[in-house]
Design a protein around this ligand. Sequence first.
Ligand code: HAS
Ligand code: CU
Length: 597
Amino acid sequence: MSQALETDRTFYDRFPDEARVVRAALLSSFLALALGAFFGIVQTLHRTGVFRGLIDSTDYYTSLTAHGVFLALSFTTFFLVGLFTWAVVRSLDRPLVNIKITWTWYGLMAVGMTMTGVSILAGFTDAVDMSADVLFTFYAPLQAHPLFYAGLAVFILGSWIAGADWFRTFLAWRREHPDERIPLQTFMVLTTMTMWYIASSAVAASVLLFLLPWSLGLIEQVNPTLTRTLFWFFGHPVVYFWLMPAYLLWYTVLPTIAGGRLFSDPLARVVFVLFLLLSTPVGIHHQYLDPGIAEGFKFISMTNTMFLLLPSLLTAFTVVASVEYGARQRGGTGLLGWLTDLPWRKPEFAGMMLAGLMFAAGGFSGMVNAGMNINYLIHNTIWVPGHFHLTVGTAVALTFMAATYWIWPQITNKPIYSSQIGLFQVVLWFIGMALMSNAMHAQGILGVPRRTAEPEYANFEYPAMLGGFEELNVQIAIGGTLLFVSTVLFIGNVVLTMGNPRVSGLAESLSPALSGPDDAPLVLDRLRLWVSIAVVLVVLAYALPLAAIINRGGLLGPGVGTYPVWLAPALDALSAAATAIGGAVGETAAAIGGVVR
Ligand code: HAS
Ligand code: CU
């Protein structure tokens, strides 16, 4: 019955209140995209030396922080909460349990991000004594104004309530449908949010226990290795938090647009369960070069990372197979000839496919990053920004833009202003990114550092290979400029679309999977089981390194740290527990060593 309803009426017709929230969230994400893109062009031209008139090099970190926070944290997360709200309500075919709560979490996220954004932008003026030039990783000892951390805490709190809102809606649905399988889109939302709760607990601890009190002057210092490790506990899974909404679109929307059907619903569930299990116990692969973490823990993290490739490789197979099925339904033939029977003129299709294609390259550079020994070659070079502009900057960002051309009419009843501009825009992104990220990877191999306004050292020449430093700079600048133009066209298209009158007849329904949910083993839907295993894996991967870090450097850094009286008992207890674990581990290791010898 819900299928029949969906074919005649858009999401906007069926759930007007929810559609309003989805619109607000997407518009917030586009605002962040516009701001982030502006700082993107500023710094691409500055760093490459093409145009240095907009900022001073001393403001480079302010600009880079704005770029990273607005795009990586704000654009992605606001799009996610909008998309997930749409996906839960659409796939359960019921409204959210309490729309007031929905607006509450949206409000918290908007206020939180405004606080953080203001604290960053204030760094450009001397009129206020406020700055947050700490980049999106906010490593200590770089310190931001308390407003930066407080805003992040409020933003994360909002995202937690959003998850609870979707879980409650799901539970309400479950009472009404005790025997049905969890619809695929809702399944994807619930597994992603479960991962998010596990992952973000660490960054919340880092911000609330250490960084915020430290920036407020309540404690004198923090243990940088500890806060970094807590950051990467969150910082790796967060990249899948950005990617999962893109995967949701590739699995559940792209096949329909291609005229096909999802190849296998059960396989999609397996992929999301694997991400829930494996996303968190790998964060140390960002810290291969950090002193203070033993090699063995890094090796475990590397092994887990290699397992984590599996769900993405499964995705590549399933998504391409689903699209191929669509092409063959349209009469496509041949080994590769079917590729010509796809709706390449639709920006939503071309954009998502180009995003997927680029992700294949981004995935390979990720494999290079993940190898401990090759990582030493590229760590802290501009290779890494090359990698993540393919992943979050294309697989995710381009998918979101492309999907907007499909989803926006569903949530507004307004047709897209211009599909041609849309098509041009997504192709331009692909070309711009191909130029920019390829040149970034090449410069990284030459040893060009990341996170600096002045990548040239005095009296030092980069090796004249792979195009050479200067020529690669030109490619980066051209690529970055094309990306900026593409973003302007995207935003312009959305704004002009908003001016269109509402019409009827835009409803699109999603085609069911070839192998449907009933083919999936029931165990896949047992979220409690997967959460338990995920937590065990996290404890296995992190208990010992964290205990060792605290044991060696103290919760607040070696020796001289002081903390306020009200925090003392809790911190003492934590410290004692860590020391006990550390001691027990030492003894066990010594005992094992004795036996082995
Ligand atoms: Fe990463 C650093 C390893 C994926 C983002 N990564 C970063 C940073 C970011 C980031 C932001 O091990 C920098 C953080 C910072 O500021 O320091 N990454 C990996 C690995 C993967 C990976 C192994 N990363 C991502 C994704 C991201 C992301 C996804 C964002 C969304 N990454 C690392 C490591 C570092 C790192 C180290 C630290 C480097 C250092 O030293 O600092 C894997 O998950 C990748 C698996 C992906 C694949 C590709 C599968 C292909 C598919 C395409 C299907 C095709 C379609 C279309 C649909 C194996 C799914 C077909 C089209 C046709 C026309 C046919
Ligand atoms: Cu990672």
